[in-house]
Design a protein around this ligand. Structure first.
Ligand SMILES: [Zn+2]
Length: 376
């Protein structure tokens, strides 16, 4: 992973680059940032920069043998420690037992949290994650070996909060590190770390992303339209994990549910309307807003398709058909009015209105629009 692949954080990147350039990169750093921030990505990108044999002033090359090994998380001198759970065999686990799953997880995202990770590796989600005593012994033996390739060894410890009783063994290692060893601790909650750990590592605070950054990130990653990106950015509160989660859940089911809802309102089928209102209500307040915002984009596309000649619909393929039919059936004023009403309900739901009553009322209003204003 190159530094340019980590969203934003320019000032921090420049500081880290300057440290490498001036040969004063601290041997133990603590990257502390909230869930869904760039901390883990930055730890990986910095490590890649350190080992790159063809680095520029601003980034690793991404192509040399070290870069390729670090991108695939298989470099023999770069080690990982992370929370694990006891497997069904009951043996005390170490991180290396889960290395394949860890690599896969990193390829998919750099914003996952502990429960995402545990869900992936545990047969039972309720198992308590932990960095074990055996793991600290494993770390010590790994780091006491000479580097295989480069000149240095690196240990990235993800979520050192889970060291708990093992902190002291690690502390000793940080205080008297083997030669040319870098430690990067990637943590979320400084209260869960021993003061002795925080005082012996150089703190790099990774801020949460701003709403503007989240919006730009979503538009670049998913080509979302600005309105949808803005809504999701608002709900994600600077947490890229949450933002991704919100977008992906929308793409999954919401278009179909919206289509069913519109059809039920249109055909005046109150029984179906009522059961769909129940399902919408069950989504919860945040997802409901996303669902409705997704609906707004469908209505907007319908309106544009209806009013602009040769308009190219911006939507998934399976939605395009519905948008064409929808705009063919209703007049522009009706689509516009429905758009305004949905938008208003989103506003009220954000301000804690009773969601179930609000969407049921909305359904009645939409039904009224559709019945009255069908194109003759
Ligand atoms: Zn390189």
């Amino acid at each position: 992973m190159q530094l340019s692949q980590i969203y934003g954080l320019q000032k921090i990147k420049q500081k880290l680059l300057a440290n490498v350039r001036d040969n004063r990169l601290p041997h133990a750093q603590l990257f502390l940032g909230p869930e869904g921030s760039g901390k883990l990505g930055l730890a990986l990108a910095l490590t890649q920069y350190l080992y790159c044999s063809n680095k520029s002033e601003t980034d690793s090359c991404g192509e040399c043998s070290s870069c390729r090994k670090i991108s695939s998380h298989t470099h023999p001198d770069v080690h990982f420690t992370f929370p694990t759970v006891v497997k069904s065999s009951g043996k005390e686990p170490v991180s290396n037992d889960f290395l394949e799953a860890w690599r896969k997880e990193l390829q998919e995202s750099i914003y996952f949290n502990t429960s995402d990770w545990i869900k992936n590796i545990a047969d039972d989600e309720n198992k308590k994650p932990n960095i074990t005593r055996k793991e600290t012994r494993d770390i010590i033996s790994k780091l006491s070996l000479k580097p295989y390739e480069g000149e240095a060894k690196t240990l990235i410890i993800w979520m050192p909060e889970y060291l708990a009783g093992q902190s002291n063994a690690l502390l000793k290692l940080i205080e008297e590190p083997p030669q040319k060893t870098y430690f990067i601790l990637v943590a979320e909650n400084s209260d869960a770390l021993l003061a002795t750990i925080t005082s012996r590592t150089q703190l790099v605070k990774i801020p949460k992303y701003t709403e503007e950054e989240t919006m730009a990130f979503l538009q670049a990653k998913y080509s979302l339209d600005p309105q949808k990106a803005e809504q999701i950015a608002y709900l994600a509160e600077g947490n890229f994990r949450k933002a991704i989660d919100l977008v992906e859940s929308v793409e999954d089911n919401y278009s179909e549910m919206f289509r069913d809802w519109m059809l039920a309102c249109y055909s005046n089928n109150l029984k179906t309307v009522s059961s769909l209102v129940d399902s919408m209500h069950k989504l919860g307040r945040v997802q409901l807003q996303i669902f409705l915002t997704n609906g707004l984009s469908i209505l907007r596309e319908s309106l544009l398709y209806k009013t602009i000649d040769n308009y190219t619909i911006k939507a998934e393929k399976d939605q395009q058909d519905f948008i064409r039919k929808f705009s063919g059936t209703l007049n522009a004023a009706c689509i516009e009015k429905s758009y305004e009403q949905i938008n208003e309900v989103i506003y009220h739901i954000q301000r804690n209105a009773n969601a179930k009553i609000a969407i049921f009322n909305l359904s009645l209003n939409l039904r009224y629009n559709f019945v009255r204003k069908k194109d003759a």
